[in-house]
Ligand binder design. Structure first.
Ligand SMILES: Nc1ncnc2c1ncn2[C@@H]1O[C@H](COP(=O)(O)OP(=O)(O)O)[C@@H](O)[C@H]1O
Ligand SMILES: [Mg+2]
Length: 371
């Protein structure tokens, strides 16, 4: 069993400002937990504190209900994979993988069993006799993963393990790591600055900014109900479109960036009464307009043809917005086109605090019918 609890965990280097500020968190056994945030937000520091490689300034760290603040790393029963995983260049793949087990004096027979099983799982059985310099980046990455998996520790910490790989290999490895974690039933704490990785891999995600927890939750919850403007713009790509919004109760109109006037049926739709409001709308919710609905004419400033989607970029007041339309659309830069905006798709935030006031009312488009 391997559950982890943090209570008011803080860290400061040289008694300066906290790089981690009162982190409160509970990670369940067998959970794939992703720590995501921009560079410098404190992700590696937190991971290293869990590993015991970094001193805890204040607060409590528990593993399986035991306080482990001062437990040496070797006694924490965990494995770790770093971004710049170093393999020993003079050792073969096999020797690299077994290095830790040898140090722990694990029985040779047992070593052999774990080696073959892990190599098979990671698809590197053919490479065991090679030296690291005879491997591609992706193969080296797998060896580094195998070295951590072979320890069969119930807790695995990974710090941006895929950031040195190209996009195709990255998405393949995402899948493999996820499968491996499920298969072995280990608890995973996975650090990344990549919100796609966070969305696709995590059972739950924690968004960190400037050493402070912004939100913890399931990926889809963070996407649909971001707790604040930071999470709203960090999760999702292209990012959520934002704009200042003022509600004119006398006209029943919401005016966005002094440009877009939305007629509101205020009887059925309640507009938050806060005075200083920022709205957000996802690119896929800015629909192609038609003459029959309440559309807003915009001038296209850029078009990106992605093949499966078309991104249409336009200005709204001081803001630059992106609409994402499924399929291929023949739209030209400089063209004026209608865009449909539905009030239900707006998220409302308090501009002063950044906090979410009211999320968009999303509804699942497709439900899988099972017999
Ligand atoms: N050994 C150190 N001494 C002083 N400051 C440090 C040290 N390590 C990290 N920091 C600072 O702590 C903050 C968080 O760093 P880090 O945890 O590496 O962020 P991330 O992994 O999210 O990019 C940064 O501002 C960084 O400069
Ligand atoms: Mg880091």
């Amino acid at each position: 069993m391997s559950q982890i609890e943090m209570i008011d965990l803080s860290k400061s280097y040289n008694k300066q400002k906290n790089v981690l500020d009162k982190v409160d968190l509970f990670i369940e056994e067998g959970e794939f937990f992703v720590l995501v945030g921009p560079s410098g937000s404190g992700k590696s520091t937190l991971l290293r504190m869990i590993a015991g490689l970094e001193e805890i300034t204040s607060g409590t760290l528990k593993m399986n209900d035991q306080i482990v603040n001062h437990l040496p790393p070797k006694d924490r029963n965990l494995s770790m994979v770093f971004q710049n995983y170093a393999l020993y260049p003079h050792l073969s793949v096999e020797q690299n993988i077994l290095f830790g087990l040898n140090a722990k004096k694990v029985d040779k027979q047992e070593q052999k069993r774990r080696l073959l099983e892990t190599a098979e799982m990671m698809g590197i059985s053919e490479l065991l006799k090679r030296k690291p310099k005879e491997l591609s980046g992706g193969q080296r990455q797998r060896v580094a993963l195998a070295r951590s998996v072979v320890s069969e520790a119930p807790l695995c910490l990974m710090d941006e393990p895929l950031s040195n790989l190209d996009a195709k290999l990255r998405s393949q490895m995402r899948l493999e790591i996820r499968r491996l974690q499920k298969k072995l039933g280990m608890t995973m704490i996975y650090v990344t600055h990549d919100q796609v990785e966070a969305m696709t891999m995590g059972d739950r995600i924690m968004v960190l900014n400037d050493g402070k927890i912004q939100q913890i939750g399931k990926p889809i919850t963070l996407y649909n109900e971001p707790a604040n403007l930071f999470v709203a713009s960090f999760i999702g790509s292209p990012k959520m479109n934002m704009g200042k919004a003022v509600f004119h109760a006398d006209l029943n109109q919401l005016v966005i960036e002094e440009t877009i006037h939305l007629d509101i049926d205020a009887v059925t739709y309640e507009i938050p009464s806060d005075s200083n409001v920022t709205i957000g709308i996802r690119p896929e919710h800015l629909y192609p307009g038609t003459l029959n609905n309440t559309s807003h004419e915009i001038e296209v400033i850029n078009v990106e043809q992605l093949g499966n989607d078309t991104l249409i970029v336009f200005g709204v007041g001081k803001e630059i917005w992106t609409a994402k339309w499924p399929g291929q659309w023949d739209v030209q830069v400089g063209e004026k086109i209608p865009i449909h905006i539905a009030i239900e798709n707006l998220s409302f935030f308090n501009s002063d605090t950044g906090l979410l006031i009211k999320p968009a009312t999303t509804s699942k488009q497709h439900e899988v019918v099972t017999a």
